[in-house]
Design a protein around this ligand. Structure first.
Ligand SMILES: Cc1cc2nc3c(=O)[nH]c(=O)nc-3n(C[C@H](O)[C@H](O)[C@H](O)COP(=O)(O)OP(=O)(O)OC[C@H]3O[C@@H](n4cnc5c(N)ncnc54)[C@H](O)[C@@H]3O)c2cc1C
Length: 560
């Protein structure tokens, strides 16, 4: 196996440990002569330092094919060392180097550490005594499946809310990862390599081998290569929110020469990023997943030179003369001539007893995509009657035993697109329960049952359930704009003609022109997409408004 690192170093290693520096060097020299081109030869002079090297290699995702250990070493003898090395690399072939007098110990080691070979010192000439042994072991090792895992690795507890959030965060940011349950052997090995006791989970191991214990989103973002810090203090345009409206604005803004930065709280894509298949977006007759659309839009924005910052929560907007200042949760801020608010909406939480406790442990808001694999062959419940709930049902039905959509109203047709209602009707393992609401849930580690109430009769019933996904409408989270821009009673931002009351401009409006179509009550601050009052709540209209807001930004800048 000749997998190499970017600098050309082989990633499959042969490790040798001997406390006598002269012997250690000699073994490594002989190994390097024959195997150095295809394998990395790692040499250590104590059991402890060899274990450290093995841990680091494990975190980096390197492979170890053969470990050769001297038997007589102080502090930790070769058998003790190999026993601990097995916890990290159980598949590596194990060789004990012994003097003739220690043959009995070597034979005992065959049972203790499942030794593959013991080699008597001296091993000269290596062509006769060393290489045939190592050749055979390498061949045996290669015959088994030893693929490297180059991606980010997450070791977490199956039912921990934070472990689930971290998976969701990486998935939505298109960062490939591999998941390991902390109580499975490989998860335990990775924790051992990271010297983590497993009490604080998840542990995230980056592709270059750094172990992050219970990382925050921003820590995670910066370590997996996502930008989190602005490169300038002043921009032409700050776009707040990285959903379709924000990405659309960033693409048009940057492609038309505006110094543009997009600031996103969690992951680009917004609600659309969580959609398994958008079937009604122009130009995609076979549908497109939210993740694909987001990935393309994000690359397109970057290609035109827009900066895209993730894990930055905007908590304030101020007017300072002609500058518009946007403040982040950490107190820092950036300025620009103009701002586009594209903050969309967020799922409402369902206030039923027990649900908050079970969130991330069987109860999820959105996130059907990340959890789909875990629902295989299980009974799944979905709450919601809009398209988002319908798409999730169609997607989850591919693996789940059954999917039940719970709707408060008397029919799906009133709230879901016709094409989805038809699809659902034709999928045998999806059923729809109308006039039903969730009034409670219970479980120990994980969701076990739901209480359902029939809204027409008032009767309640308990059903066994391990999975509940909620898509129950959404609210704009715009409290931080209170007192700055005009909002309607639900918090949606009012713009353009909707701001005029009886032909009069909004309160405090000092310009001798009326607000432009998507302009808010603050000149130079625009709104696009779902966050706007009376918006269409569709991907296409959000993208279109993002583009249109940029056109109005140009008009505003011309008159500045
Ligand atoms: C599962 C699902 C399926 C859907 N399917 C379809 C479909 O098939 N067809 C269709 O047309 N529509 C569909 N929709 C609706 C569509 O996705 C939305 O209308 C669209 O995403 C709105 O885009 P937006 O950019 O305005 O807002 P959003 O997509 O809500 O994006 C807003 C972004 O702003 C960020 N943000 C919010 N506040 C802040 C802040 N203070 N600081 C920084 N960032 C912030 C959020 O994190 C979010 O990423 C679906 C929605 C869902 C949830």
């Amino acid at each position: 196996m000749s997998v190499t690192t970017p600098d050309g170093t082989p990633r499959t290693a042969i490790v040798t440990v001997d406390d006598d520096p002269g012997v250690s060097r000699a073994v490594a020299r002989d190994l390097r002569r024959r195997y150095g081109e295809q394998h990395r030869i790692v040499r250590a002079e104590s059991g402890d330092s060899a274990l450290d090297a093995l841990r680091q290699m494990k975190l980096r995702g390197d492979q170890v094919a053969v470990i050769l250990a001297d038997y007589r070493m102080p502090q930790m003898n070769g058998i003790e060392f190999l026993e601990r090395a097995m916890d990290i690399y159980p598949g590596a072939k194990r060789v004990l180097l012994t003097a003739y007098a220690d043959t009995d110990a070597a034979i005992n080691a065959i049972n203790v550490v499942d030794l593959d070979h013991y080699l008597l010192k001296p091993w000269d000439p290596p062509e006769e005594k060393l290489y045939p042994v190592v050749d055979g072991l390498l061949e045996a090792w290669l015959a088994t499946d030893h693929r490297r895992v180059p991606e980010t690795k997450i070791v977490g507890h199956r039912w921990s809310a934070r472990s689930s959030e971290v998976r969701e965060f990486l998935a939505r940011n298109q960062v490939p990862y591999r998941w390991y349950a902390s109580d499975e052997p490989e998860g335990e090995r990775l924790l051992e390599a990271a010297q983590a006791d497993g009490r604080r989970l998840p542990v995230v191991i980056t592709p270059d081998g750094e172990a992050l214990v219970e990382p925050s989103d921003s820590e995670l973002a910066s370590r997996v290569g996502l930008a989190t810090t602005p490169s300038k203090d002043f921009y032409d345009l700050i776009v707040i929110g990285g959903g379709p409206a924000g990405l659309g604005a960033a693409v048009y803004g940057a492609s038309e020469g505006l110094r543009t930065v997009l600031v996103e709280r969690t992951a680009t894509g917004g609600q659309a990023g969580q959609s398994s298949r958008i079937e009604n977006y122009l130009g995609f007759p076979d549908g497109v997943s939210g993740a694909q659309l987001t990935d393309r839009a994000r690359r397109q924005a970057a290609k035109f030179g827009a900066e895209v910052l993730t894990t930055r929560d905007v908590t304030g907007l101020e007017v300072n003369g002609s500058a518009r200042s946007v403040r982040f949760a950490d107190g820092s801020s950036i300025d620009a001539h103009t701002v586009i608010l594209a903050t969309g909406v967020s799922y409402r939480r369902l206030a039923a007893p027990g649900l908050d406790d079970m969130t991330g442990r069987g109860v999820y808001y959105g996130s059907a995509l990340t959890e789909a694999a875990a629902c295989k062959e299980h009974d799944v419940y979905i709450v919601g009657g809009a398209n988002s709930a319908g798409q999730a049902a169609v997607y989850l039905a591919r693996g789940a035993k059954s999917v039940t959509i719970l709707v408060r109203g008397s029919s799906l047709e009133r709230s879901m697109s016709y094409y989805l209602v038809e699809q659902i009707r034709n999928i045998p393992n999806i059923s729809v329960r109308t006039c039903t609401e969730v009034t409670g849930c219970a479980g120990d580690d994980h969701l076990e049952c739901l209480t359902l109430r029939d809204t027409s009769t008032g009767e309640t019933e308990q059903v066994n359930a391990q999975w509940l996904f909620l898509f129950i409408g959404a609210a704009p989270l715009t409290d931080w704009l209170d007192g700055v821009v005009e909002r309607d009673p639900l918090g949606f931002v009012i713009a353009g003609p909707d701001l005029s009351v009886e032909g009069q401009p909004p309160r405090g409006w000092a310009l001798d022109r009326a607000p432009y179509h998507l302009e808010t009550s603050v000149p130079g601050v625009f709104v696009a997409g779902d966050a706007r009052a009376e918006s269409a709540k569709r991907v296409a209209s959000a993208v279109g408004e993002g583009a249109m807001a940029v056109m109005l930004v140009h008009r505003y800048l011309e008159k500045l």
